[in-house]
Design a protein around this ligand. Structure first.
Ligand code: BTN
Length: 320
């Protein structure tokens, strides 16, 4: 897409890029270049145009658009094909629709705002415009449906690594797939699957990251936080999305090498909170206190119960 490429060219150049340079590089007319520049301006980019010198990107506002995301992503396949929505019901729903329509693995649905954002266990996910990340990645892995829950942990690890790299925040993982900072939730992940008993049609991994939210309502302020609250400054969403895709592509290829988390387990356990501590295990229909030891190669949480028995917890959550 020319718009994506022209945006990258402007971003990468130190000074002005002449209209002539752009025309020659992409084999397009001056008018075509001018049209793309006008479109970028409409999306909110501040582009200076100076006669005899050319164009210069003067500010990098926190814009989300297909060109913005695609121009930042340097992966081989994850997030290379972006479907951007200024407003939609839920990016998981959109990514599932794309999955049904035959879109390739790595397609990423991104929205600036969700009108019906979904959380886990039938909860909703508050998704106001202009400040957070709502995205869903489409995958078509050739694995058993029973192995699919591990992919949520692959994404959790990738998000935690990307946040650490891009913001310096001490982002950690709360098993199985919440990203937390200082004990408060920064990011939630919702994985959905279309499968037969022994065959996966597609998987959608939805990620919601609280990025530039300046405060939270009183009733959740003790449980929720944002990158802005943790770091005391705002962040651009485009580079963060790109970093998550890069980390995911790497961790996912390691996962596919063994069809389990053995290649990632140590790194995951290093970022896991409450290792070596008492936690409350909330299994479906069953709660108890236990000592947590971290995950095994299948992503199950290894715990020792108060009666001394050991368990590998497959489904559920922990609280402290
Ligand atoms: C959770 O309950 O912790 C999971 C929250 C997942 C939210 C994300 S936002 C992008 C994607 N689209 C949705 O509707 N949900 C996920």
């Amino acid at each position: 897409m020319k718009k994506t490429e022209i945006l990258s060219m402007l971003r990468e150049s130190e000074g002005y890029v002449s209209g002539q340079q752009i025309c020659e590089k992409f084999h397009v007319s001056r008018t075509a270049v001018w049209k793309v520049i006008e479109q970028l301006k409409e999306e909110g980019y501040q582009i200076e145009a100076v006669r005899n010198r050319g164009y210069r990107l003067s500010e990098s506002p926190d814009i989300l658009s297909q060109a913005e995301i695609e121009s930042r992503i340097s992966t081989e396949w994850a997030g290379r094909n972006v479907s951007y929505f200024r407003e939609t019901d839920s990016t998981n729903t959109q990514a599932k629709r794309l999955g049904e329509e035959g879109a390739p693995a790595g397609t990423l649905a991104v929205a600036d705002r969700q009108m019906a954002g979904k959380g886990r266990r039938g909860r909703s996910w508050d998704s106001p415009p202009g400040r957070d990340i709502y995205m869903s990645l489409l995958l078509r892995p050739d694995i058993r449906p029973s192995d699919a829950p591990m992919l949520t942990l692959v994404m959790a690890q990738s998000v935690a690594e990307a946040i650490r790299e891009k913001t310096g925040i001490d982002a950690r993982i709360k098993w199985p797939n919440d990203i937390v900072a200082g004990g408060k939730k920064l990011c939630g992940i919702l994985t959905e699957m279309s499968a037969e008993m022994d065959y996966i049609n597609y998987i959608v991994i939805g990620v919601g990251i609280n990025v530039n939210q300046p405060s939270f309502p009183e009733d959740i302020a003790d449980r929720a936080t944002s990158l802005m609250l943790e770091a005391g400054r705002s962040f651009l969403r485009g580079p963060l999305i790109a970093a998550v895709m890069e980390r995911f592509e790497d961790n996912y290829s390691r996962f596919l090498g063994t069809n389990d988390l053995s290649g990632m387990r140590e790194a995951y356990n290093e970022l896991l909170v409450n290792v070596g501590e008492q936690v409350r295990v909330l299994e479906p229909g069953h709660e108890y206190n236990a000592l947590s030891f971290g995950i095994n190669d299948r992503g199950e949480l290894l715990v020792r119960k108060e009666d001394g028995s050991r368990e590998a917890v497959f489904a559920g959550e922990v609280s402290v």
